[in-house]
Design a protein around this ligand. Sequence first.
Ligand code: CP
Length: 302
Amino acid sequence: MSARHFLDVTDLSARDLNQVLDLAEADIAKLGRPLADKGVALIFEKPSNRTRHSMEMAVVQLGGHPIFTRGEEVGFDERETVEDVTRILAGYHHAIAARVFAHSVLQRMAQVSSVPIINMLSEQSHPLQAIADVLTMRQELGGLNNKTVAWVGDYNNVARSLSEACALERMHIRLGCPQGYGASASELTRLQELGAASVEQHDSAVLAAKHAHAVHTDAFVSMGQESETEKRLHDLAEFKVDAKVMAAADSNAIFMHCLPAHREVEVSGEVIDGAQSRVVLQAHNRMHAARGVLAHLMGVTI
Ligand code: CP
């Protein structure tokens, strides 16, 4: 199958990533209408606010028609196989996007699809979020070159995709994660190989945030981890991003969170609702990022 897919940030080269960011910021009129009279299937096995709305609007802005379907209606491997669903939808649509429990479902879709498959979040990665995150940092930090990003908390799907994007942008990456919640040795090596200016992992939120230009975190309990709530809240309690953590960062540092957020759990109210927070811009950039990714997959260049 010759279609280009977007399952992970690393499906893009560093040059592709910058092209996607440029497409995301370009006037919509310059992109043409590459999805005119075309459909895009959006399948959600998990709830969503930002991803659904931003993807639907991005498809509309490129001239297309999004069709939302809940995971239980599709019934991957229950009602019919992942492969049968994909081959059929590929005959109706110009791209298929899915939010899934298992990343392997996306990989199986990509193996049989004649149209692009787009990851709208799996347990492994959240690449559309990462595009919006680096876009926001590029805008707010005056570029990404030689900038330092800190991730505080669980090195989860959002952290993994963000780190990959920051590595491609040759940024300095600082992780602050408790024992058992960090990146593996092979993941840290991979970030260096992708181009990160430096990679450090600490078991302290304050140390990770030191001199950072952007401090990111996410919910301590993600969708599908509800049965681990008590243990995760206990293990991650020291990793809340509060004024003390932000004080360790650069004096002009921004705070970022992919949302939804839990005030006084992973972030204090004064930080997420304070002057350093960019979470609303970050969420709004989800739409521009989605439009950039779709345009890139449709072969648009500027
Ligand atoms: N950040 C994010 O993916 O938000 P939703 O779960 O609301 O789509």
